[in-house]
Design a protein around this ligand. Sequence first.
Ligand SMILES: C[S@@+](CC[C@H](N)C(=O)[O-])C[C@H]1O[C@@H](n2cnc3c(N)ncnc32)[C@H](O)[C@@H]1O
Ligand SMILES: *[C@@H]1O[C@H](CO)[C@@H](O)[C@H](O)[C@H]1NC(C)=O
Length: 240
Amino acid sequence: MRVLTLLGRVAFMTLFAVICTAGVLHMHRPTRRWAFASFCVAMNKRSPEMRALRCEVVGNATGHVLEIGPGPGGNLACYGPEVTAWTGVEPNPEFAPYVAAAAAATERKIRLVDGVAEDLVAAGVADASIDTYVATHVLCSVDDVSQVLAEASRVLKPGGKLFFLEHVLAQDSPTLAFVQQAIAPLWRIFGDGCEFRTQWYELEAAAAAGLFIDLEITFFDAPIKLVIAKPHIKGSATKP
Ligand SMILES: C[S@@+](CC[C@H](N)C(=O)[O-])C[C@H]1O[C@@H](n2cnc3c(N)ncnc32)[C@H](O)[C@@H]1O
Ligand SMILES: *[C@@H]1O[C@H](CO)[C@@H](O)[C@H](O)[C@H]1NC(C)=O
């Protein structure tokens, strides 16, 4: 009985702490952004498997690369000399010092713009100016996936590539999908707007609308410890 009471207390205190933290993060955007940036940096450091996966997805990048939501700049280590320029469009200013450090480590000159992927005109990215467009773990938190893909198509040169890697709503496990949806409100707060989504539908719609050709999507489980974040898609498409 004593043990149960103690466990109950610990569980209650933990839940209370989580809810209080969520409340603070929910109400105070700067703190949420700072906490999220610190979390992303820590996750990135911890997982060599995920680093290998991201390089497998974006490793064929060439020419002028545009990354939306580059976060701490984890993909920069994946690019070789075929990548001649790099522009990042990122709304969270907390990431800037980390991106600068990642760029310095690979001796690469970069341009980091404060902006959102839905409006690359405002970010100063011209029509048909980009060779490779990279979105890794971003489409879960943008406001409008379709608008983002329309902008991606606009800025890519004909023959330019889109590379993506995203965590998604579980497809083959209703139980997992249920758990994902149940914790979605907390996930959104701790993940700074991130949701469990079905981004492949927008990708397919964009291809059907002629914005992309050769769309390839692979569904797989990513090497992430957190089970709810395992369901992933990765792939590529080409600007016609
Ligand atoms: C989970 S992080 C991923 C960071 C990085 N791409 C990676 O693979 O490690 C999501 C990033 O998307 C950014 N983001 C959120 N909404 C965005 C938007 N509308 N346009 C561009 N970036 C956005 C966030 O600030 C954050 O840097
Ligand atoms: C990278 O290019 C190689 C050689 O063309 C190809 O086999 C591979 O599928 C490409 N990878 C991606 C992720 O596009």
